[in-house]
Every structure is written in structure tokens, then in C-alpha cells.
Design a protein around this ligand. Sequence first.
Ligand code: G3P
Length: 228
Amino acid sequence: MKIFVDSANVEDIAEAVSLGVVDGVTTNPSLIAKEDVDIHTRIRQICEVVDGPVSAEVVTTEWEAMVEEGIELSAIHDNVVVKVPIGSAGLRAVVKLREKNINTNVTLIFNPSQALLAAKAGASYVSPFVGRLDDIAVNGMEMVADIVQIFENYDFTTQVLVASIRNPVHFLEAAKMGADVATIPPPLIHQLLKHPLTDIGLEKFLTDWHLSASSRSMGPWKPRKEIK
Ligand code: G3P
């Protein structure tokens, strides 16, 4: 499974990339707005720190304007993927952008039928939002399972990019279901690495080692700082 970072913060993205597990980035208008920066500038900066697809979302609502905006966004860098919302305008824009060999990511998907239509239109990626469904007591990962099955049934090349991931369970379930990509907020990457038994085991290894070392008079040992 590919892992994308869901963020428009260059420092957070660069730090995540340094871990060696990041394959791309997704942004959205809210994430860009949080950075208070021009989208073209920020998308270019992101493309310079990650070697992979970078989703940049249009903010126009008519299909012709989406196509124009998408062409401008794709001109920023070869890795730019143009994000459009699911809907009639979004699908018309996907068709036109595909004719120009511009990759697209159809976003704000909340049921398998929307994903199927986006794949039929030629989207490069579909972004089912699992967390926002969970937030209203609907099982978001069941939607992902249905999308993965439908795409396998008909050999769609459109990639399932699981988005709105809130926790490690979403991430793990996406991998178990065979989703192509999970896009996750930077803090979740670190959360996925943590386990209390890892911390306890490391502390014991080092304690045993240093106690042994000090008993072999290899110099005074100072206990490590409290693991946070
Ligand atoms: O960026 C797309 C998606 O990941 C946003 O998720 O957390 O705003 O529901 P969220």
C-alpha cells in the first residue's frame, strides 16, 4: 500500500518523507487555507520535498473552469494530480483533463456508486472519506471494502486512495482490504510507530546493558531520561 501525507505543511511533509515511508501528498482547500499561502507556491514547494504524486484541488465549480484551473495546477510540476469533487462538473472535468493526459483525483466520495462512476470517467484516483462517515455513525471502511471489490470485479485501473483517515485502525483496515493508497495526517504516522511494549522493551534492554557495563566498571551509568 502506498502512503501519502495529508497535509500542506512543508515542514511536516519533509519530516514524514525523511522516515522513508512516504509515496506522495494530498492537499485540499482547507489544508492550503491553514497555511495562509498561495496554492501554486505551496504546491511547488511540496513537489520539491516529495518524489511522488501531489494532489492539488480546484476551487471552481463549473466544469470548464475546473479544466482551466486543472491545466494551471498541472503546469506547476509533473507530479501534480488535479483533485476535483465528485459530481457532474467534476466528471466532465475528469474526461477533459484525461484527454490532456492530466491525472485526476476525484474527492469527497461517500459511497461506492460515486467511486464507480468516477472510475468509469477515467479518474486516476478516487478518495473515499472514511472518517467523515464514521463521524456520522456510518461505517466508512465498509464503503472502502465495497469500492475495492467493485474495482477488482471490473479491472479498473483507478486507484483507491483512502482519505479522511482518523486512526491506526482505519490505516490497518485499508491495508488489509487492499486499498492502493492511504493518505494520513503527519501525527498519525508517528502514532503508527508507537507501542508501549516497544518502549518498555527498549528501556529494559538499555537498563540491563548499562547495569552490566557498570558492573564491569565501564564507567558510571546515568538512567535515561523518562520516556514520554
Ligand atoms: O484531504 C482529504 C481528506 O483526507 C480530508 O480528511 O480529516 O478533513 O476529513 P478530513
